[in-house]
Structure formats: structure tokens, C-alpha cells
Design a protein around this ligand. Structure first.
Ligand code: SF4
Length: 375
């Protein structure tokens, strides 16, 4: 065990390490500059439990209704050996798929342990990759594995299809709708990042097997309900850009040792649960410990990180809390108080603040005019 591992384990304390999944790995890419998130994730801390204990519970994650709807849609797409999915691949994507076989990897001969499922998935994917037969195969919920910050994490794509244009393709089934051939770009972006995580995990697996990783395509199939019905539709998405982002962030996570080395020795976020499982650690102590790890809050955190409400409270009064575009427009002006001071001439700008001060004064002038007009 390295010194970094020892420090990360001490930061997590007595709690079990929280497992990652494609969604949490994808979320790592949303705020790569945040040291607090990097340390908490590398230490596999249960951020949800931590945020709840310090009084900032995250209103985060899918509702039970959305989960049920997603499961029902996925079951519909996969019914009868994925008949509906095959129809889509043939019709919308013009794929020559006369016959396909279907492997259900949700369990292995009644065994549902992760290790058994991973071994079987690895065996079947290796066989498919080395086979020269021209038959298509669909692998339902194969289990993949990836090293995240020094720990092995299991990942489970919805489907992997093989020999579509002679490549493995990840198939991602989502329940958000495509209306008039358009979908919510934010949701498509999140699905693309998640799919990129699966592509990367598949490529790592083929590399370990001595098979060319390029067999896994950077084009993934996104399947969603069409218009206001439950009828599925499919589109091909290129995730090359997302692959670069995920790779960069994972490398950064692996380099968390540099971040940890700057933290005070003995720093811990242990909730100190008692025998009943109740957290006993003082909230003030925990908040003080968290404040020692630099955060970079942005409004986007509200969609992607369980610590968002705590970090937002800490960022109050800072221009970062108003969003990246505001922060960029204000250049190096870090606080709202300084921005107001410059806008009202209460503060004299230094050399670097002149341009931003000019824009702020214009904005203040316009605001006064508008308010005066309204009066
Ligand atoms: S919510 Fe906090 S810890 Fe999470 S990414 Fe944003 S600033 Fe970092």
C-alpha cells in the first residue's frame, strides 16, 4: 500500500469505500479543477452520507418514478431477445444484421456475484473478439472492470453489440424523450460521457486480452423513446471527445497523491458511526476538515455532485458561485463585494481590473437608467 493509499484510507476513516459506477465516473469530469471532489472520490467517501450529516443533504439523483420508467423502457427494448432493438438497428442505421445471438449476462448459471459475472463476460467478449465468424451478438449487461484511483470498479453497460460494422458497439438505453428528432442536449451529453466510460473499460479489457482495443468503436448507439410515446428510436453518437475528457480526469485522479500531500497530516472525514450505525462526529469538526480541501464551486455542481449545497454556502459572496460565464466576464475579480465596489466607483481598479471595471460601470449605469425609467 502506498503512502497516498494510507492517507486516503485515513481521510475516509472507518467507513466502507463507496463503489463507483459509470454515472459517478462520468460526474468526475464535470468539475476537473476541484481538489475537494478529487480527494473525496479518490478516498471513495460516501459524499451523500457526508453531506447529509453536516446538514446539506443533496437533492440529487433520479426519482423512484424516473427509475421505474427507465427500467420499463429498457425491458421493452430488450424483450424477445432484443427484437425491437434489432429492428431499430436495421431500419434507422441501415445495418446488415440477418441473424444475431443473444447472451444474457445478468447472472451466470444462477450466480449473480460480480466476480462470476465479470469472468463470464470476459470469456464471452474474448471469444467474440477472436472469432472470425460473421454473426452479430448482443451481450446483455456484461460486467466490465476498471481501475479508478487505484481501486477496481465494476461497470455494467446496458448492452454491447458485436460485429456491427465489424466492431463492438456500446448500446446505451435512456428514457429521456427525443421530440421532433431532438433531445435535451444536457442529457445527451451526460449519456455520451457515461458511454465513453464503458468504451474505455471495454478497450482496457481487450488490451489485457491481447486483442486490438480499436475493435471497440467510438460510435455508441443511444436508444430513447420517440416523441410522446414509448416507441424507441436510435441514434449513433461519436464519443471521441468524451473519451479524451474521461482519460484526462482519470489520470488526474491517479495523481491525487500530489493533492493529498498538501493536506494537513491527520485530516479525516470519518463520520465515526456507533454500533447502531449513527454518525457521531461533530459537524463543526467535519466542516472545518472539509474547508481545508480547496473547492471550486460552480452552479453546474448542483447537477453533478452531492456536496453542492455545502460548497455553494462556502462560495457565497464569490463570483464563482454565479457561474463560469460571469466569472470569465469578470476576469480576475473574485468577490461580489469587489465587483460592486468597482461598478459604483467605491473601489479604484488596478491594472488588471480596468477592463472588467469599465464593463461593470456600464452595467451599473444601465441598471440605474432602467430603474429611473421604471420610477
Ligand atoms: S460541489 Fe463542491 S466538491 Fe463537488 S465538484 Fe462542486 S465544488 Fe467540488
Amino acid at each position: 500500500m502506498t503512502n497516498t493509499d494510507t492517507r486516503l484510507n485515513a481521510i475516509r476513516g472507518s467507513a466502507e469505500p463507496k463503489k463507483h459506477n459509470a454515472r459517478t465516473i462520468a460526474a468526475l469530469t464535470s468539475n476537473p479543477g476541484c481538489a475537494r471532489r478529487s480527494v473525496l472520490d479518490a478516498a471513495s467517501i460516501d459524499k451523500q452520507a457526508l453531506a447529509e450529516h453536516i446538514g446539506y443533504p443533496a437533492a440529487f439523483g433520479m426519482s423512484s418514478f424516473a427509475i421505474a420508467r427507465g427500467n420499463a423502457f429498457e425491458a421493452q427494448v430488450k424483450a424477445n431477445g432484443c427484437a425491437e432493438l434489432l429492428r431499430l438497428l436495421r431500419k434507422h442505421l441501415d445495418l446488415p444484421l440477418p441473424e444475431v445471438s443473444y447472451d444474457d449476462l445478468n447472472s451466470v448459471a444462477g450466480h449473480e456475484t460480480l466476480e462470476a459475472r465479470y469472468r463470464r463476460s470476459r470469456q464471452l467478449l474474448a471469444h467474440a473478439a477472436r472469432s472470425d465468424q460473421d454473426a452479430g451478438t448482443l451481450f446483455d449487461h456484461p460486467l466490465l472492470r476498471m481501475n479508478i484511483g487505484g481501486r477496481e470498479v465494476y461497470l455494467e453497460p446496458d448492452l454491447v453489440a458485436f460485429r456491427l460494422r465489424d466492431r463492438f458497439h456500446v448500446v446505451e438505453i435512456k428514457s429521456f424523450p427525443v421530440i421532433d428528432r431532438r433531445a435535451d442536449s444536457h442529457k445527451v451529453g451526460a449519456a455520451a460521457i457515461q458511454s465513453a466510460v464503458y468504451v474505455l473499460a471495454m478497450r482496457q479489457l481487450l488490451e489485457q486480452l491481447g486483442v486490438d482495443p480499436a475493435l471497440v468503436s467510438h460510435e455508441v448507439f443511444l436508444v430513447c423513446p420517440e416523441d410522446f410515446s414509448n416507441r424507441p428510436t436510435a441514434a449513433l453518437i461519436d464519443v471521441r471527445k468524451q473519451l479524451t475528457v474521461v482519460r484526462r480526469q482519470l489520470a488526474r485522479l491517479a495523481d491525487v497523491g500530489t493533492l493529498v500531500a498538501t493536506l494537513p497530516v491527520g485530516l479525516t472525514l470519518d463520520l465515526l458511526r456507533d454500533e447502531e450505525g449513527e454518525a457521531t462526529r461533530s459537524v463543526d469538526e467535519l466542516c472545518a476538515a472539509l474547508d481545508q480541501i480547496e473547492a471550486r464551486y460552480a452552479p453546474e455542481c448542483l447537477d453533478t455532485c452531492e456536496m453542492a449545497y455545502f460548497c455553494r454556502a462556502g462560495a457565497r459572496g464569490h463570483t464563482a458561485a454565479l457561474g463560469r460565464s460571469v466569472q470569465e466576464n469578470l476576469g480576475g475579480i473574485d468577490t461580489v463585494a469587489a465587483a460592486i465596489g468597482l461598478a459604483t466607483d467605491a473601489l479604484a481598479p488596478d491594472e488588471h481590473e480596468r477592463e472588467a471595471a469599465h464593463v461593470l460601470r456600464m452595467a451599473e449605469h444601465l441598471r440605474r437608467e432602467c430603474l429611473g425609467g421604471a420610477a
